[in-house]
Design a protein around this ligand. Sequence first.
Ligand SMILES: [Zn+2]
Ligand SMILES: [Zn+2]
Length: 256
Amino acid sequence: MHLSQVIPEVDTHTHTVLSGHAWSTLSENCSAAKVLWMKGLCLTEHAPGIEGGAPSFIPHSQRMLPDVIDGIRVYKGIEVNILDHQNHLDISSQHLMLCEFVIASIHSHMFSERAMYNANTDTYLHMLQNPHIDILGHADDPSVPCDFEALVSEACKQGKLLELNNNSTTAHRPGSLPSLKRYILCCKEHRQRVCVASDAHFHTMVGNMGPLMTLLEELEFPPELIVNLTKERFEAYLRERSARIVQFAAKSGGVN
Ligand SMILES: [Zn+2]
Ligand SMILES: [Zn+2]
């Protein structure tokens, strides 16, 4: 398989105008995905910790949306902000549990202690232990340094995913390429499952991750580790997540 020529069937990280600084609507994103013969996208708006982000109850409101728009399965998710090294989030557990897919991210411009390597690592590890969180967003960001080996080890232990974000190949996060390569090679070495993501903020970006896919081919990344290459594989992961949450609820007597 030549990964450089593959468009994943599901894009796991997309934004709409509701994120406050993105430019397309959900309908426009779905139409763009349809043109590329994709089958699904995760709706992962920015949470309110980012200026202008969607309101904290957005996971509740998203339930009004149909599951399929213009032939594209829309998985209702969120990109929750990690607010500090005390592991605070800007979306409550009660709302996170309404989501089908949750990305937890540190956004360097709003994270003043971003240079603290050990504290960043510990915070990411804590996030991977949260049953509602599926994946860390753009943790390769070199302005938020952390221990990739530790992240991979914990993600593997918890059955979680790590994100490879196409914006680390673009001017959006300049200087990220060496860090992204190290992250990819660490995932490859330990056979860590990943999602490839556009982090689209405009409809032409949906599913459009050519530079990332080319890099993955160059680094001989195993295609079978990319969970969202096919909708079937992604939905198998979602069944895994459901089982995880049921198990957690049974253990704790509730999912809160
Ligand atoms: Zn982000
Ligand atoms: Zn994003």
